[in-house]
Write a protein that binds this ligand. Structure first.
Ligand SMILES: C[S@@+](CC[C@H](N)C(=O)[O-])C[C@H]1O[C@@H](n2cnc3c(N)ncnc32)[C@H](O)[C@@H]1O
Length: 159
């Protein structure tokens, strides 16, 4: 196994062993398929945790100046994400902002930067605020993805 793949495997194992809620394989595969087709230049992620999804997404960025901006509220998660991103030499591609996305998103100016893909994966209670901001910040033809809105099918099973 290549060294970077080994590091990514260790990050995933760390998440599982420490109950960090990273993307499930099936969701990750679906999002990676979207990214493969879309080949985004700018991705915005809300909810970094330890950087697992952002690191996976970075493989499908297109263009020399392509970047991911990811927002994380927890200080512990933020530091772990920075460590993991540095281990994989991806600091030039993935920028993590230590902030509450509810406040931070309001500071992002849609006239300065819009995103090809926006991935919402943080506190479910704030999804409407995140979505309103995502609609303002998404490029025309861009894709907004929200993880687990059906709570692993539990919401659907009540319909
Ligand atoms: C499901 S995890 C993210 C998993 C990550 N996207 C992955 O798949 O590797 C959700 C993260 O969002 C963070 N979070 C929750 N509310 C937030 C907020 N208002 N602003 C920023 N981050 C938040 C949590 O601390 C947690 O680390």
């Amino acid at each position: 196994m290549e060294e970077n793949e080994l590091i990514l495997k260790e990050i995933k194992e760390y998440a599982i062993n420490n109950h960090v809620p990273i993307l499930q394989d099936v969701s990750l595969d679906l999002i990676l398929l979207v990214l493969k087709l879309k080949r985004p230049n700018k991705i915005l992620e809300i909810g970094t945790a330890i950087g697992y999804s952002a690191i996976n997404f970075s493989k499908y960025l297109a263009g020399e100046d392509a970047t991911i901006l990811s927002i994380e509220k927890s200080e512990e998660m933020y530091h772990k994400a920075i460590q993991n991103i540095e281990k994989l030499n991806l600091s030039n591609k993935i920028k993590v902002e230590h902030a509450d996305a509810v406040d931070y998103l309001g500071q992002l100016d849609e006239n300065k930067c819009k995103y090809d893909v926006i991935f919402i994966d943080a506190a479910k209670g704030q999804y409407l605020v995140f979505l309103e901001n995502a609609m303002r910040l998404i490029k025309k033809g861009g894709v907004i993805i929200a993880d687990n809105v059906y709570f692993k099918g539990r919401v659907l099973s009540r319909i």
